[in-house]
Ligand binder design. Sequence first.
Ligand code: FES
Length: 118
Amino acid sequence: MREVVCHKEDIHPGKMRSATLGKIPVVVCRTKDGEFYAFANRCLHQGAPLSEGVLCGDTKRTDIHGNYEYIKDGEILRCPWHALEYDIKNDGAMLAEPDKKLRSFQVTIEDDQVVVYK
Ligand code: FES
């Protein structure tokens, strides 16, 4: 199955949008480096539409006590309902339980169109 979602410039880096692949709701994310990723638009917790959440980053503890650095800016998809977070560059793995992953779909750019495949 193949679905043309939009023109690639319709999703700016660091943004996302909802779409459908047949009858499957999907969220198409564009990271700040311009890459595209697509996942089932349904949180693994209670099914919230992830496209209504935010793309943000994560924090990582540094060697200095009490200091953290901000990492993966625009690569973490945070659920709008209870803030579970998914790493979109790590196959949609949930940060809290990395063995749980969102269903992912292949995305290609064809003639400047964003195309999602099942
Ligand atoms: S529905 Fe997503 S964290 Fe609860």
